[in-house]
Design a protein around this ligand. Structure first.
Ligand code: TRP
Length: 334
């Protein structure tokens, strides 16, 4: 790997299938960053235990995610792809960072409060210290930028605090990482019924997954919520209509987008035609991603090879950070 490039890291929990929101909100940008930065992308399988205690499908989902990430454009020769659970250096750093994290601030974390509300019978300590584990993920590679969505910004802020506390108390070991925002490139992909963002965990008719087959994509798009069309020229689009236009803008040609924009503004829009076009273009867009992921999924040895190679690269970086951490803390290392 080239030296002197800034380091980028991001992670994803193995709790479901990747969908268009994951693709346009994260994966597409990760794929771009792998050419400009030294990138680490990993499957946060330990994190998933805080909410998904059943591990019977964990390895299957992890491997499927690796295939989908590569299908969507990550190149395992360009970036480092690994499973969190293959890096034993992370929990050691997590332990040290736990002593720098206060109960009060952990209890105030928005994601903790939400999850505690959703699973009142399982408010486990892992859930409380989730941001500390995430900080360990990030700091273990002494990384500079963490591309994440809005909902993760508080965790990055906490990571910065833990890094600063460590540096202040024990000596400068960590760069203080920044959340990386894609700015104007970041689009919000709405659920097909227009009710909020597309979400990953459950198979739904309102979410288009990267592994949906052509027929299912068409079915979902044709069932997407529309209405009778505008009655006033140049109306504001309702959210569920805007969501379809957003998708059209991402996967169709400029001509197509302009045509339907004009039709809408002139109150001549035929949503059936628009959805047919969107379905065709989405199918054309998703098919190669799905097919590449499927080829890889049928080759478990290749997924193993990629995960092993990623773990080796990630561990090398993690070990060299831990040497500095232990030195700063005054522990003898063998
Ligand atoms: N918490 C992140 C999410 O739910 C996943 C994650 C775990 C992560 N560790 C990370 C993201 C480190 C960025 C960096 O999406």
């Amino acid at each position: 790997m080239e030296k002197n490039k800034e380091i980028v890291l991001s992670g994803i929990r193995p709790t479901g299938f990747l969908h268009l929101g994951n693709y346009f909100g994260a994966l597409k940008n990760w794929a771009r960053m792998q050419y400009e930065y030294e990138c680490y992308f990993f499957i946060a399988d330990w994190h998933s235990l805080t909410t998904h205690a059943d591990t019977s499908e964990l390895s299957l989902i992890t491997r499927r995610l690796v295939a989908e990430l590569i299908g969507g454009g990550l190149d395992p020769e360009k970036c480092t792809i690994y499973a969190q659970s293959d890096i034993p250096e992370i929990p050691e750093l997590y332990l040290y960072l736990n002593m720098l994290a206060y109960k009060g601030e952990l209890e105030k974390t928005v994601t903790f409060k939400e999850k505690a509300r959703r699973q009142p019978d399982n408010i486990n300590a892992g859930l409380l210290t989730y941001p500390v584990l995430q900080a360990a993920d990030i700091l273990i590679h002494r990384c500079h930028y963490v591309p994440v969505g809005k909902d993760q910004e508080q965790h990055i802020e906490m990571t910065r605090n833990f890094a600063e506390r460590f540096n202040h108390r024990y000596g400068d070991v960590f760069p203080v990482p920044k959340a990386f925002s894609y700015g104007k490139d970041l689009v919000k992909i709405l659920s097909l019924d227009g009710s909020g963002k597309m979400s990953k965990s459950e198979q739904q008719m309102n979410t288009v997954y990267l592994n949906d087959d052509d027929e299912l994509i068409r079915k979902k798009i044709m069932k997407a919520r529309t209405d009778q069309g505008p009655t006033e020229p140049n109306s504001t689009k309702p959210e569920y209509i805007q969501g379809l236009f957003t998708l059209l803008g991402l996967v169709s040609s400029q001509e197509v987008l302009t045509k339907f924009e004009n039709d809408f503004n002139l109150c001549q829009i035929r949503y059936g035609d628009m959805k047919k076009q969107l379905a065709d273009d989405l199918i054309r867009f998703i098919a190669p991603i799905r097919n590449k992921a499927a080829v890889l999924q049928n080759d478990p040895a290749e997924i193993d090879r990629i995960l092993t190679m990623g773990a080796e690269k990630a561990r090398k970086s993690a070990e060299s950070t831990l040497v500095e951490v232990r030195k700063a803390l005054g522990f003898r290392h063998l």
